[in-house]
Design a protein around this ligand. Structure first.
Ligand code: FE
Length: 311
């Protein structure tokens, strides 16, 4: 087919009709968005001469994507999550807002309601025997450099199989394993013991990996640890650190790696360091200080509300 009908009055009228723009009811914002997306897709079909077979393969793909609950995985894979962050960064630059620690994507695997600890927490339950012991700590500060006692550090990460508690297909992990909320101490410090996580990939036979295969892309993430950090008078920081030395550290299918988010991992093998942590074997140490940005005109102008699992 080589006809192009997108710009005809019939098609343009039809797009307005299908988007409800001739109806008084409904939601004007939804109508505006749907009209734009429908228009862009109709134009794509017209311009690229998308065949009916290709179109229906796409519809079947969306059904598979939803049935497997992978929309939240395809989203970072296609760069949408990173793009939203780029827009927030640009918005901050335009508004002259100073950011400390860089933001990066949340991912789809946060669970609210993790146990709360003061100053220090043990994240893992000791059952993941493959994991190297990790001690991670740092200070939460405001943009003025002053520590923020009482700051809330929510942390979550995968085990050495690359699975998260509450989303572990093996069923091996107890609820909230490797998930905690740590309240920073009087000097703004947080600290935890856990295991060094491993990276993970998209389910190999799922629709996300299927599309990535078509794009000639891999679907793997370097090992990383997620954080939400909040404090009175400051904007919530959503970020991750990558495990230094992971071969994919700057080749993340979800585009979450950023300068400033790959703190050094130091192997501590000397007896004094091991004893000081109350451990009996060498461990890995990561120091990561966190700098929050202040509220803008008294509000968190970039808070993101999205459906999240609560347990
Ligand atoms: Fe993750």
């Amino acid at each position: 087919m080589t006809v192009h009908i997108f710009n005809t009055p019939e098609v343009q009228d039809f797009l307005r009709l299908a988007s409800g723009l001739d109806q008084s009811g409904g939601n004007p914002r939804t109508k505006k968005i749907v009209h734009r997306i429908l228009s862009d897709l109709f134009k794509t079909i017209d311009d690229l001469e998308i065949t009916a077979d290709e179109y229906w393969a796409g519809v079947a793909y969306l059904n598979r994507l939803g049935a497997s609950s992978e929309a939240g995985l395809l989203s970072p894979g296609l760069g949408f999550d990173r793009f939203l962050d780029m827009r927030m960064d640009a918005d901050d630059v335009a508004a002259g807002v100073e950011n400390g620690t860089p933001r990066t994507i949340e991912g789809p695997l946060y669970v609210s309601g993790a146990p709360v600890a003061e100053g220090y927490a043990r994240l893992d339950d000791g059952s993941d025997k493959e994991g190297q012991t990790l001690i991670m700590h740092g200070t939460v500060r405001g943009t003025d450099g002053k520590p923020l006692p009482g700051a809330q550090v929510e942390v979550w990460h995968a085990n050495t199989k690359g699975f998260y508690s509450h989303f572990d297909p093996t069923g091996e992990q107890k609820p909230f394993n490797m998930r905690r909320t740590i309240i920073a101490d009087a000097e703004g410090r947080y600290k935890f013991q856990s295991i060094v996580p491993k990276g993970y990939g998209c389910p190999p036979n799922g629709p996300t990996q299927g599309l990535l295969n078509e794009l000639g892309r891999h679907g793997n993430r370097p090992a990383h640890i997620h954080f939400f950090v909040t404090a009175d008078g400051h904007r919530k920081l959503t970020t991750q650190i990558n495990i230094d030395g992971d071969p994919l550290v700057f080749d993340d299918f979800a585009y979450a790696t950023r300068e400033g988010l790959v703190p050094p991992l130091v192997e501590r093998t000397d007896a004094a360091s091991i004893k000081a942590e109350g451990l009996s074997a060498p461990f890995a140490e990561i120091v990561f200080d966190i700098s929050l940005s202040t509220l803008v005109n008294g509000v968190d102008n970039q808070i993101v509300e999205r459906p999240r699992l609560a347990a």
